[in-house]
Design a protein around this ligand. Structure first.
Ligand code: ADP
Length: 301
């Protein structure tokens, strides 16, 4: 209980004593007693008004106490959780992974070690995405080169054993006159990494993955970026849903990839924080094209 509400509660208790002490109304009361009674009744009314005011104040105080935390506080809290969780989970997971690999080596691969290895790979994917989410919430757009973000994405993909050799399939076609854009280079690198990761996962080698970047013909102050793959494609009725967190197209070809379903939610978040929208054109069996536009730095400043 706060000092203010304690004070309110103490004041509320006092009038009850006064009310008990009030004499019952009597028609036979002497004039002085009647005057006394009227004075007490007036005082009583004043006290009642005071009680009501204090009760109202008390209610306000209660409401103040349970007021939800502000969006800003929520952002800080969420960032701290994301950051700590990803950090604290990485080391134990590395130990588990090493132990499972050791067991598999010592006793030969069997069903149990296979399950354990698949489960650790999945956990690793989840933690990686949580870490990426941590890096994608604090966004400060400044003039930057798209090429640098693409290189950042490719460098990170090369570190993952799944994609190490596959990354060579990625080709870039950048217009010669491409100006710097207004973006957070690292966050955009994360978004490109996630989009390329999907493009590599959901298309077969040796088909190429292409990143095209040109000035938008209809809006020359914006750069148009697209990531094109010739993979399994996405059914039309799933296109809006794939950007929801933890959504995966439910098909055997998708399930094979041990996905988590948060990659595109992170991409959408990064784009939104840049005031951009991500869209997708896709045809099952033919491939997918994810596109977005970014403002040119010169005009955006
Ligand atoms: P994850 O890849 O971890 O499953 P995402 O959020 O990145 O999660 O993607 C959600 C789903 O969208 C994927 O599971 C897949 O079904 C579909 N998807 C995303 N990118 C592609 C792509 N390039 N080609 C085909 N399907 C895709």
């Amino acid at each position: 209980m706060t000092a203010r509400s304690k004070r309110a509660a103490a004041t509320l208790a006092t009038p009850q004593v006064v009310l008990k002490a009030l004499p019952a109304k009597s028609t036979r009361a002497a004039p002085t007693q009647r005057a006394q009674l009227e004075a007490l009744q007036t005082e009583n009314l004043a006290l009642r008004a005071k009680i009501e005011a204090l009760e109202a104040e008390n209610r306000t105080l209660q409401i103040e106490r349970v007021q939800p935390i502000t969006p800003n506080e929520l952002d800080v809290l969420r960032d701290a959780i994301i950051h700590n969780v990803s950090h604290e989970m990485k080391t134990p997971l590395l130990h588990v992974k090493a132990a499972v690999a050791n067991l598999a080596e010592q006793y030969g691969g069997n069903k149990s070690t296979e399950y354990a290895m698949t489960a650790t790979a999945r956990l690793e994917g989840i933690i990686r995405n949580i870490s990426l989410l941590a890096g994608s919430t604090d966004i400060h757009p400044t003039p930057a080169l798209l090429r640098d973000s693409v290189e950042y994405a490719i460098r990170n993909l090369r570190r993952s054993w799944e994609h190490r050799d596959q990354v060579n399939r990625v080709q870039t076609h950048f217009a010669d006159d491409l100006p710097p854009v207004l973006m957070d280079g690292q966050a955009m690198g994360i978004a490109l990494q996630l989009l390329l990761d999907n493009a590599l996962k959901f298309s077969k080698p040796p088909t190429p993955i292409t990143i095209n970047a040109t000035l938008t013909p209809s809006e020359p102050q914006r750069v148009y970026v697209e990531i094109v793959d010739c993979g399994i494609g996405i059914p039309q009725d799933q296109i809006d849903k794939i950007f929801e967190a933890f959504y995966m197209v439910d098909s055997s070809s998708t399930r094979r990839f041990n996905g988590v379903g948060v990659g595109l939610a992170i991409v959408r978040l990064i784009m939104e924080r840049h005031g951009a929208a991500i869209t997708v054109k896709s045809e099952p069996g033919k491939g997918s094209t994810f596109c977005f536009t970014l403002p040119c730095a010169a005009l955006g400043r």
